[in-house]
Write a protein that binds this ligand. Structure first.
Ligand SMILES: NC(=O)c1ccc[n+]([C@@H]2O[C@H](COP(=O)([O-])OP(=O)(O)OC[C@H]3O[C@@H](n4cnc5c(N)ncnc54)[C@H](OP(=O)(O)O)[C@@H]3O)[C@@H](O)[C@H]2O)c1
Length: 289
């Protein structure tokens, strides 16, 4: 297939943990559930089409979590893509219990993390999870116990790489005393850049940085939104500019835009083919400031 048929490849590759190459523009599966990230999606057939189309378009990095549904996104992934293509990396997470729609409760007790990893293996139909991210650090449990359990699962061959989510640089360094950390995932987009210090750290350390809410949960993709004028000028969509900006921001950046529609997916993946120069990069930043 040519690169125009697999546009995600134009985003370039990054090797997670130094040995797991992915095309940098990925896909996030959280939008494939019902309202409040709870239960089945409105259109499960379209969800399956989105996942299959993502892979066709060259996406090799898909982010999911036990908590999405719970396990609804994982069932759709298995239904759509199992047996998985050899080059597909599925990153999942554990550490958030779901007590109802829109409710997320951090639980980092080692026996709970172990249970969720075992369930994720079963629901995804995998023997080993390529990247397991601690969804949130549970403040009630020592960090060494949470990361230590993931390290034990890694030694048992059930996890390949360990990542963290919503963390500070100090927390990454503390976790690094217990296990090798391969990735971090924090909220980051053109309009919300609080995680800038973590991004600088990840870039210097060659650690994958996975920005969640890369489209500011749709705000940056909205027609008439803050990127609308620039989009018209570039003959691109606002969403494409938001993602192209992220891809240019750092070589360790792995955006995972979420969508429940094939049309939006195709729009988003095409962002990989847009190259911004330094002046355009600065203009986009000013457009949302
Ligand atoms: N680690 C964490 O704590 C954490 C937290 C939140 C999310 N995440 C991960 O990050 C991923 C991305 O976050 P997200 O999906 O919540 O937010 P997002 O990617 O910033 O935005 C998704 C929203 O944008 C809309 N959208 C997507 N593409 C569009 C386009 N081309 N044009 C117009 N609208 C578009 C989607 O609606 P449609 O469905 O209609 O396209 C959806 O409402 C998630 O899927 C999940 O994997 C992680």
């Amino acid at each position: 297939m040519t690169s125009s048929e697999r546009p995600a490849a134009a985003s370039g590759t990054f090797s997670i943990g130094g040995d797991l190459p992915v095309n940098r523009l990925g896909y996030g599966a959280m939008q494939l559930t019902g309202p409040g990230v709870w239960g089945e999606p409105k259109d499960p057939d379209e969800a399956v089409r989105v996942l299959r189309r993502a892979v066709e378009l060259g996406v090799t990095f898909i982010d999911t979590a036990d908590a999405y549904g719970p396990f609804v996104a994982d069932h759709l992934l298995k239904k759509a893509l199992h047996p998985y293509p050899a080059d597909l990396v599925i990153a999942t997470k554990a550490g958030f219990a779901r007590t109802g729609p829109g409710q997320w409760v951090p639980i980092g007790r080692p026996e709970y993390l172990r249970q969720q990893v075992e369930l994720s293996l079963r629901h995804l139909g995998l023997d080993r999870i390529d990247l397991l991210q601690l969804h949130r650090i549970d403040p009630k449990v020592p960090l060494a116990d949470q990361v230590g359990e993931l390290a034990a699962l890694q030694q048992e061959g059930k996890i390949r790489h360990i990542g963290l989510s919503e963390v500070t640089v100090a927390q990454v360094e503390e976790a690094g005393k217990t296990a090798t950390i391969a990735s971090v995932q924090n909220m980051y987009n053109l309009a919300r850049r609080d995680a800038e210090p973590l991004l600088e750290y990840a870039t210097a350390a060659d650690l994958a940085f996975i920005p969640w809410f890369p489209l500011a949960t749709g705000e940056l993709a909205r027609p008439g939104g803050p990127l609308a004028a620039a989009a018209k000028e570039h003959q691109a969509s606002p969403s494409q500019l938001a993602l192209a900006w992220l891809l240019k921001r750092s070589p360790v950046m792995l955006p995972i835009p979420g969508t429940s529609s094939v049309g939006h997916l195709e729009d988003n993946v095409d962002s990989a083919t847009i190259e911004l120069d330094d002046a355009e990069f600065a203009v986009l930043l000013r457009a949302v400031s």
